[in-house]
Design a protein around this ligand. Structure first.
Ligand code: PGA
Length: 238
C-alpha cells in the first residue's frame, strides 16, 4: 500500500474544483489517497471516505493575529490529516527558513497530524546531495518528539515541473540513504515518498523502485484521468 498525495498548488477555480471533486468521489484504491487542494476549497472535500485531506502549508505559530495565514488548529478542525511542510517552492520563492520549517513540523506533530516533510537538492547541488539532505533533515528533526509520524518526500528540485526524473537506480539509492540516515540518527522508520514530474507516463518505471512508499504529485494530479492511471498502475504493484 502506497501513499498517493496530490498537491494542487495554486491551481483550479471554483468551477474546476467542483468538477474535480465529482470525478474523484468514486475513486477506489488500496493505496492511501491524500488530496491537498488550496485551503479555500477544503469544504468541497469534506465527508469523503475514499481519501484524506492534506494542507499544502501551515503557519509556524499557533492561532492568533497573523493576517493571511492558516493555523494548525484550524486545519485540524476541518479534518485535515496531513500537512506538507518545507516544499521547495515555499523555501525558494517565499524564502521560508529552516527555523520556520522546524516550527511547522513541531506544531503539526504536537497536534497529532501527519507532516510530509519535503527535502531535495537543486541541480547544481547534485554532487553534494547528501550534505543538503542531511542539513534539511537535521534542522527539521532536531529536538522533536513523535518523529515516527513523519513522512519524508524526496523531491529533487530540478525534477519538479520539468518532466525530468532521476533514474530508478538513483531514487533507490537516495531513498535508502534517507531511511538509513533517519533510522540511525533519530531511531525512527520514516516512509519516503518520491516527488517531481511523476506522471502517467513514468509511473511504471517509478514503481520498479523498491524503497518508495508513495508519490507526491503536482501538475499531473490536476487531471483526474491521468491520476487514475497512476493509481491503477501503482495498485498493480501492491
Ligand atoms: P510536479 O510537482 O509533479 O508538478 O513536478 C511535484 C511537487 O512539487 O510536489
Amino acid at each position: 500500500m502506497k501513499w498517493i498525495v496530490s498537491n494542487h498548488k495554486m491551481n483550479l477555480t471554483k468551477e474546476q474544483i467542483e468538477t474535480y471533486v465529482n470525478q474523484i468521489s468514486s475513486l477506489k484504491s488500496m493505496n492511501k489517497l491524500v488530496f491537498c487542494p488550496s485551503n479555500i476549497y477544503f469544504s468541497y472535500f469534506q465527508n469523503q471516505e475514499n481519501f484524506q485531506l492534506g494542507s499544502q502549508n501551515v503557519a509556524d505559530r499557533n492561532m492568533g493575529a497573523l493576517t493571511g495565514e492558516v493555523a494548525v488548529e484550524q486545519l485540524k478542525s476541518l479534518n485535515v490529516k496531513y500537512v506538507i511542510i518545507g516544499h521547495s517552492e515555499r523555501r525558494n520563492i517565499l524564502n521560508e527558513t529552516e527555523e520556520m520549517i522546524h516550527q511547522k513540523l513541531k506544531l503539526t506533530l504536537e497536534n497529532g497530524m501527519i507532516p510530509i516533510l519535503c527535502i531535495g537538492e537543486k541541480e547544481e547541488e547534485i554532487s553534494e546531495r547528501e550534505i543538503i539532505l542531511k542539513e534539511e533533515i537535521d534542522s527539521a528533526f532536531s529536538e522533536q518528539s513523535n518523529l515516527d509520524q513523519v513522512i519524508i518526500a524526496y523531491e529533487p528540485i530540478w525534477a519538479i515541473g520539468t518532466g525530468r526524473i532521476p533514474t530508478p537506480e538513483e531514487i533507490t539509492s537516495i531513498t535508502k540513504w534517507i531511511k538509513d540516515y533517519v533510522k540511525e540518527k533519530y531511531q525512527v522508520i520514516c516512509p519516503v515518498l518520491y516527488g517531481g514530474s511523476v506522471s502517467e507516463n513514468n509511473i511504471e518505471e517509478l514503481n520498479t523502485v523498491l524503497n518508495i512508499d508513495g508519490y507526491l504529485i503536482g501538475g499531473t494530479s490536476l487531471d483526474v484521468e491521468k491520476l487514475k492511471v497512476i493509481i491503477e498502475k501503482t495498485e498493480e504493484e501492491v
